[in-house]
Design a protein around this ligand. Structure first.
Ligand code: NAP
Ligand code: GDP
Length: 329
């Protein structure tokens, strides 16, 4: 990368985008994850242009003329939202990704790092998941719309590299959480959803109800750690092959452990139950971060409890401005 680079972050108003904005502006200038002299970072959300609309996408690129893109924008939701809207997740994400990648190609953007998810991997495959296993079988049925659309980014990256020599690649984060997340009670991911539910249970003296059995396992990455890894991948990794951005496989934890940590961080002392009639989703999807660590060298992840406490403290402080869906503030 060189002085004068313009980095456009799509999805810049979301969980991951806001974390990148925070890291790039608070890490020391010129450091590995800080802003480099002469760089311009632009963070855009849907208000700046609907990326489902090809003309709006072209206008956005024409306005900022990005030399580099971190492409995060997507229709995103937790298990229950994915189960309800498979067609919308498939089509919206397919269209957004095609508009962004083809426009970046036409505008001769030097590099695009797009965001996938460990949901893209096959449901039935040998663990741990690694970068070679994306296309080896069908994804879990609960989110096959979203997963298939995201898989196509990897196909498009490879096709554009082969046919046109474009420098497109992708990152595969595990479950992400942090400040500025979507804390909707029903459509969000497990951590923000449960933080909000536990906060209301404490405030209203009602039971805290966790969906499912609490047994499924997940790897969680703090958005601020993920932000650093995206900045690293943009600057220091030049290959079409995706990279899993994750904590280690040994850091898989159950939903019950997550719920216990939320109860502790909120200081909730009331009744706490599991609604086993609700879906568990995929039981586990442990991903290896071996490739990442071999390339990045030393990287310190924030311990889970510390990151969770920071997230809960942010949510409590910002309740009236946070994304809480239709819940009464
Ligand atoms: P998020 O908080 O819901 O943010 C989504 C972002 O995309 C927002 O900035 C949103 O803009 C933008 N967006 C959505 N539809 C758009 C459209 N039609 N046109 C323009 N912008 C649009 O999601 P996130 O968790 O930060 O997700 C970022 C990326 O990480 C996504 O690609 C997601 O698939 C991936 N990912 C997330 C997780 C996770 O656990 N959260 C895990 C793995 C991968 P508005 O603010 O205007 O709505
Ligand atoms: P996933 O990794 O794509 O399945 O994403 P989620 O973040 O939605 O996590 C889903 C897991 O958390 C499932 O096992 C759910 O049963 C469990 N879970 C428990 N309570 C909640 C909740 O309030 N919201 C969500 N989304 N999941 C919950």
């Amino acid at each position: 990368m060189t002085s004068g680079d313009v980095i456009l972050v799509t999805g810049g108003s979301g969980l991951v985008g806001k974390a990148i904005e925070q890291i790039i502006s608070t890490e020391p200038e010129g450091s590995r994850f800080g802003k480099k002299p002469g760089e311009t970072w632009i963070f855009v959300g849907s208000k700046d242009g609907d990326l489902k609309d090809v003309e709006a996408t072209r206008k956005l690129f024409a306005k900022y003329k990005p030399t580099h893109v971190i492409h995060l924008a997507a229709l995103v939701g937790g298990l229950f939202m994915n189960m309800k809207h498979k067609a919308t997740f498939f089509r919206d994400n397919l269209v957004i990704n095609d508009n962004v990648l083809h426009t970046a190609h036409l505008q001769k953007t030097k590099k695009v790092v797009s965001c996938l998810s460990t949901c893209v991997f096959p449901d039935k495959v040998t663990y741990p998941l690694d970068e070679t296993k994306i296309h080896l079988g069908l994804p879990h049925e609960s989110n096959f719309g979203y997963a298939h659309a995201k898989r196509m980014v990897d196909i498009q990256n490879r096709a554009y590299k082969d046919e046109f020599g474009d420098n497109f690649t992708s990152a595969i984060p595990t479950n992400v959480f942090g400040k500025h997340d979507n804390f909707d009670l029903e459509d969000s991911h497990v951590i923000p959803g449960l933080i909000h539910k536990c906060y209301l249970a404490k405030k209203n003296g009602t039971p805290f109800v966790v969906s499912g059995t609490g047994k499924p396992l997940r790897q969680f990455i703090y958005s601020e750690d993920l932000a650093k890894l995206f900045i690293w991948q943009l600057r220091e990794y030049d290959d079409v092959e995706p990279v899993i951005l994750s904590v280690g496989e040994d850091e898989e934890i159950s939903i019950k452990v997550v719920a216990d940590a939320i109860v502790k961080a909120i200081g909730f002392k009331g009744e706490y139950t599991f609604d086993t009639a609700r879906a568990d989703g995929q039981f586990r999807k442990p991903a290896s971060n071996k490739k990442l660590l071999s390339l990045i060298g030393d990287f310190k992840f924030t311990p889970f409890e510390e990151a969770l406490e920071e997230t809960v403290a942010w949510f409590v402080k910002n309740y009236h401005n946070a994304r809480i869906g239709n819940a009464k503030a």
